[in-house]
Design a protein around this ligand. Structure first.
Ligand SMILES: Cc1cc2nc3c(=O)[nH]c(=O)nc-3n(C[C@H](O)[C@H](O)[C@H](O)COP(=O)(O)OP(=O)(O)OC[C@H]3O[C@@H](n4cnc5c(N)ncnc54)[C@H](O)[C@@H]3O)c2cc1C
Length: 401
């Protein structure tokens, strides 16, 4: 994605009231919320905006277990209008069950949604087949969620970036942050390979690299990166609802008819410094293809035309961290633990309020504060079984599965 005005971003005015490290959906949404409320903001990215997980994900926006669920659901239907650019947001989600155990799990989903005022309908095999013509006789039923949805990740990332610039915010791409200067208990400057940028407040929203950058401020943010893959098929006739998942898969039918799906297992990896690890295509995609054909037997003949890998950031309890540090007191950390796309309209607003007001007016941030990891044993990754596999040896990774 091109900077509209790279020279303006790089030269002339250096620094901003708020500097944000990371041009993924988290940093861009925060930057957009800040810019539209009149704050002078600069987003720095080591690559191009949306090149990492933010532009590579399944586009799902249905996170009923998140403290930001209500805000996620409130904001998404308005985002095209608020941003002024299309996100391809589509409402509703249908879950397909291929056995009774999968159907059983829907009870929990329905209960969590119901507790927050959102309804679900159970679908028998006949009703499911009417709504999702690609399912086969192996489906036992489904769940229709009168909430949730999905959007196009690339369009959404671009929309945030353009909308941020429309409000006077700036984006500088290909600027890797290598240091952060702290004076008298406050961050005063961000050091990059394209110069130094002064700031009054710093937001670190650097996805899997957030922990490495937080460490420059003396903060310990436990994060384990993992590689996941997605596949895209040739287009098939459009279904009435594109947001259908199940059988361990997440994803959507695009507006052009392609089936775009991902889903475990995670390949635990190491990230060396600020580098992004290689993304060779592994045999993960064979598992995805098989599970997709099981969920949609009537599309089992269509070919996979593309696949890609992306890196997800994971905290030990799978919940995001959004926190304003006490020391230095002008730094905010934000990392989303694999659910950052759907939550981004809401998390950007949280970050804006933390920057501007020091707190959040619409959600309790205590459960997602950094303090919950105090005393975490050093070998937490091993205890969870999140053992990295060599990135360059897909055959070995496959054998370990
Ligand atoms: C295949 C896949 C499927 C997914 N499916 C879903 C889904 O359906 N729904 C959902 O909600 N979430 C999903 N996710 C997770 C979601 O994509 C992420 O949680 C979200 O994109 C995180 O956004 P972010 O902006 O916090 O981080 P990122 O997108 O990782 O962006 C961080 C940015 O920081 C930059 N950066 C890092 N270090 C530096 C540095 N030193 N200097 C400058 N810049 C730096 C990077 O270049 C990057 O652009 C999925 C992820 C993947 C990979």
């Amino acid at each position: 994605m091109a900077e509209r005005n790279p020279e303006a971003a790089a030269s002339g005015k250096t620094g901003a009231s708020v500097v944000i490290i990371g041009g993924g959906v988290t940093g861009l949404s925060a930057g957009w919320w800040l810019a539209r409320s009149g704050v002078d903001v600069l987003v720095l990215d080591k690559g191009i905006v949306g090149w990492e997980a933010s532009g590579r994900n399944g586009g799902g926006a249905t996170h009923a277990y998140s403290p930001f669920f209500m805000e996620e659901q409130r904001l998404w239907p308005q985002m095209d209008e608020l941003l002024g650019y299309p996100t391809e947001y589509q409402r509703h989600r249908i879950r397909v069950a291929l056995d009774d155990a999968q159907m059983e799990r829907f009870n929990r989903i329905a209960a969590i949604a119901d507790g927050q005022g959102f309804k679900c309908d159970y679908l028998d095999r006949k009703n499911l087949a009417e709504l999702v013509p690609l399912v086969g006789d192996n489906a036992v039923g489904g769940l229709f969620c009168h909430y949730g949805g999905h959007a196009n990740p690339q369009r959404t990332t671009q929309a945030y970036a353009w909308a941020l610039e429309d409000h006077g915010g700036r984006i500088l791409q290909h600027a890797t942050v290598t240091g952060i200067t702290v004076k008298a208990g406050k961050v005063c400057e961000v050091v990059t390979d394209r110069g130094r940028f002064g700031c009054e407040i710093l937001v670190i929203a650097a996805g899997p690299q957030t922990g490495l950058l937080a460490a420059m401020l003396g903060a310990e943010l436990p994060l384990a990166p993992a590689r996941v893959e997605m596949i895209v098929t040739e287009p098939v006739p459009l279904m009435r609802y594109g947001g259908v998942d199940g059988n361990g898969l997440y994803g959507r039918q695009t507006l052009r008819g392609n089936l775009a799906y991902g889903g475990g297992p995670h390949e635990w990896i190491e990230i060396d410094g600020m580098q992004t690890p290689p993304r060779v295509t592994t045999s993960l995609l064979r598992h995805l293809g098989r599970r997709l054909a099981e969920m949609f037997p009537k599309a089992a003949h269509v070919r996979i035309i593309r696949s890609w890998g992306g890196i997800v950031e994971n905290t030990p309890d799978g919940r995001p961290v959004i926190d304003r540090l006490q020391d230095p007191s002008n730094a905010v950390l934000a990392t989303m633990s694999s659910v950052g796309f759907g939550l981004s309209p809401a998390t950007g607003r949280v970050i804006m309020e933390l920057v501007r007001d020091g707190g959040c007016s619409f959600a309790n941030l205590t459960p997602i504060s950094l303090a919950r990891f105090r005393g975490l044993p050093a070998d937490w990754r091993e205890r969870l079984g999140w053992i990295p596999v060599p990135m360059t040896m897909p055959a070995a990774a496959d054998a370990a599965r």
